[in-house]
Design a protein around this ligand. Structure first.
Ligand code: JJW
Length: 448
């Protein structure tokens, strides 16, 4: 048996997002977002689920914060809903929206928990989508104005700010694959949206510095490790393309102010161009205080002609998979963050999401014995410890998620929480994984 100790100042936390937990979509002066529109469009979300009620955290945030306090986390990552602050995306500030988040922030601070705020976790005001959404550069200006408004409202209270959650999902998953809102299937649109989000990130960081806002600012990219299944050059190149699409396409601009040229060429051959305007790349590559990484899985794959965008198909090599179909591949967390450190330097790294989806069952004693999720966490914590030991500047870890919630196009059936949400009563029941994480935090580590 060995003991794995984490540094005293390691930041343990959990994460959520506004549309996934708040509900109360018509309250507090909130305007509609693209996720209201999308989830209310038949066929877009499994079971026709919507975020109308979700976990009702808009009304139950005190209970959620009590769960965080009992868990012993140092930090809580949540997102501010842009349509609560600007119901139409621009124009008049909705004071009721600011007041709601002020209550959340103050309750967190009173509980001794650092707020980590995501500015854009996918709930774009519908009014802006009606004018082109992220395909239009005017949305960039609207975003910076929204960011400035919340920076000033909460200056000094927020330890960490995250501009965007998962720019790959915002762009390609939502505009090229059509799986998330607004649900378009267009390569050019995905490329354009990715670029505009990156520019919006850069301008927001600039604004943050200009205003002299306290705390740290960064962004969160979801990385996905892809490895070739064989040693053939075709397989290596196909895996390389898939990896670059998920990873370098976002990390290179953020840190180096460049796009991976071979993929720029690949997209051009398919008729899509990055709409770069003078100064954009310098704007994107603003120095950030930390980089957030969301990590869930990795895969092996091979070349297959005309498969997807990259002539790449995944090969099943016998991984256990979670109930959303994602491989359990903890070593890929190590490989990914090792690569981030080697390729992009010493910027502090936070795992801003990691977790597992399993179909839990509430037992008669109101417990959930989520053995597989607990094992998933344990294995990923081992890799975190390995990373820290090998000199990677990993400073914190946020479990996705505090509680079961609206899992986007998958609806409520896919549960990622360490707390079970009973959607009939909206009662919360901590799962065994919650108690495992609580013990790790209390002990500063665990035995393997
Ligand atoms: C779908 C891949 C082809 C969220 C997907 C890829 C292509 C059929 C979880 N992270 O709820 C979904 N999540 O809000 C942010 N991250 O399709 C937080 N990525 O399939 C969590 C990725 C995702 C996805 C879901």
């Amino acid at each position: 048996m060995a003991r794995l100790d984490f540094p005293q100042d390691f930041v343990w936390g959990t994460a959520t997002a506004s549309y996934q937990i708040e509900g109360a979509v018509q309250e507090g002066g909130r305007g509609p977002s693209i996720w209201d529109t999308f989830s209310h469009t038949p066929g877009k979300v499994v079971g026709g689920d919507t975020g109308d009620v979700a976990c009702d955290s808009y009304h139950r945030y005190e209970e959620d914060i009590a769960l965080l306090k009992k868990l012993g986390v140092k930090a809580y990552r949540f997102s501010i809903a842009w349509p609560r602050i600007f119901p139409k995306g621009i124009g008049e500030v909705n004071q009721e929206g600011l007041d709601y988040y002020a209550r959340v922030v103050d309750a967190l601070l009173a509980a001794g928990i650092q707020p980590c705020v995501t500015l854009y976790h996918w709930d774009l005001p519908q009014a802006l989508q009606d004018q082109g959404g992220w395909a239009s550069r005017s949305t960039i200006d609207a975003f910076v104005k929204y960011a400035e408004t919340v920076f000033q409202a909460f200056n000094g209270k927020i330890k960490q700010w995250i501009t965007f959650n998962e720019t790959w999902c915002v762009s390609f998953l939502s505009n090229t694959l059509g799986i998330h809102a607004p649900g378009f299937k267009d390569l050019q649109l995905g490329v354009t949206v990715a670029h505009h989000c990156l520019v919006a990130h850069g301008l927001t960081v600039k604004k943050f510095r200009e205003l002299g806002i306290q705390g740290e600012i960064g962004t969160t990219h979801n990385l996905n490790w892809c490895e070739p299944h064989s040693t053939s050059p075709e397989d290596a190149e196909a895996a390389r393309r898939s990896r670059a699409w998920n990873n370098e396409w976002f990390m290179d601009p953020t840190f180096k102010g460049t796009y991976p040229q071979f993929l720029v060429d690949w997209f051009r051959a398919k008729g899509a161009e990055v709409p770069i305007e003078p100064g954009d790349m310098e704007t994107i590559a603003q120095k950030i205080d930390f980089i957030g990484i969301n990590f869930y899985t990795g895969n092996y794959g091979r070349y297959k002609e005309n498969e997807g965008l990259f002539d790449y198909e995944e090969v099943q090599v016998g991984f256990d998979r979670t109930d959303i179909g994602w491989n359990v591949y903890p070593e890929a967390l190590y490989k990914t963050l090792k690569w981030v450190h080697e390729e992009y330097g010493d910027t502090p790294i936070y795992i801003t999401e990691n977790g597992a989806c399993y179909d839990d069952e509430l037992t008669a004693d109101n417990r959930v014995h989520d053995v597989k999720r607990t094992e998933y966490y344990r294995k990923h914590f081992v890799q975190c410890h390995r990373l820290i030991s090998s000199g990677v500047p990993l400073k914190g870890y946020f479990a996705w998620s505090l509680l079961d919630n609206f899992e986007w196009a998958e609806g409520y059936r896919k549960r990622f929480g360490i707390v079970y949400t009973d959607y009939e009563t909206l009662a919360r029941h901590p799962k065994d994984s919650y108690y495992f994480i609580r013990q790790v935090i209390a002990d500063g580590g665990f035995d393997v």
